[in-house]
Design a protein around this ligand. Structure first.
Ligand code: AP5
Ligand code: MG
Length: 211
């Protein structure tokens, strides 16, 4: 059965890290709005130029742009047999729009404490080429500036600077956290304790779907 999954949770909860592992298990694409925006910024497309300042400061891109992007992405063939949406929806308007063009199987909430997310974001290092999320302490590459997976350069995201992190957490609490209740009321919510290591989190994910 196709699994149409949403990964909910605060910045730094490990949504992207787990999605990279989980997509192999369910054979479905990992669709991260954050990754799509960062690729557009790197390629200096119209979309990238429009969203760069918003993303660097930790704000949200407008609903209209983001909804149109995901609607188009989910219409592509590879998403017809399931998907993992990482970072979408992030507002009630986005959740409502999504329910109009796709049928969600489960929304998984990655529950992590502030203390844990701050440590994860403080040490995150990202590959410019393949987007893999390394961590200075929890999962360091052999050479701190080169990705072990693809040889790409590794950098620190502008929105992982302290000021932008505080803004992202505030935006999360105000605009995205209410979706936990929204999906609970829709009978679609599952919770994962995301405070432990990647392997434990992966086991919790597998248990939800008997994988
Ligand atoms: P996005 O890229 O989605 O950022 P985010 O939601 O803030 O989430 P993060 O990527 O920071 O966290 P994550 O949970 O993926 O953690 P990760 O796995 O990397 O969005 C960026 C921006 O784009 C937004 O601020 C907004 O401007 C815009 N945007 C995106 N979607 C939008 C939307 N729908 N509407 C409007 N605007 C939108 O893990 C973090 C670190 O911890 C890594 O270093 C990793 O190695 C490490 N780690 C992960 N899991 C573990 C673990 N279990 N144990 C130890 N270390 C771990
Ligand atoms: Mg991410």
């Amino acid at each position: 059965m196709a699994l149409n999954l949403i990964f909910l949770g605060p910045p730094g909860a490990g949504k992207g890290t787990l999605a990279v592992r989980a997509k192999e298990l369910i054979n479905a694409p990992h669709i991260s709005t954050g990754n799509i925006f960062r690729e557009a910024i790197a390629a200096k497309t119209d979309l990238g130029l429009k969203v760069k300042a918003i993303i660097d400061s930790g704000g949200l891109v407008d609903d209209e742009t983001t909804i149109a992007l995901i609607k188009e992405r989910l219409a592509q063939k590879d998403a017809s047999n399931g998907y993992i949406l990482d970072g979408f929806p992030r507002t009630t308007a986005q959740a409502e729009a999504l329910s109009g063009f796709s049928s969600v199987t489960k929304a998984i909430n990655f529950d992590a404490t502030d203390d844990v997310v701050l440590k994860r974001l403080g040490g995150r290092r990202v590959c410019r080429k393949c987007g893999f999320n390394w961590h200075k302490t929890f999962n360091p590459p052999k050479n701190e500036n080169i990705c072990d997976k693809c040889g790409g350069d590794i950098y620190t995201r502008d929105d992982d600077k302290a000021e932008a992190v505080q803004k992202r957490l505030a935006v999360y609490r105000e605009q995205t956290a209410p979706l936990i209740d929204w999906y609970k009321k829709a009978g679609l919510l599952c919770e994962i304790n995301a405070n432990s290591g990647v392997e434990e989190t992966l086991i919790a994910f597998k248990n939800i779907f008997n994988l």
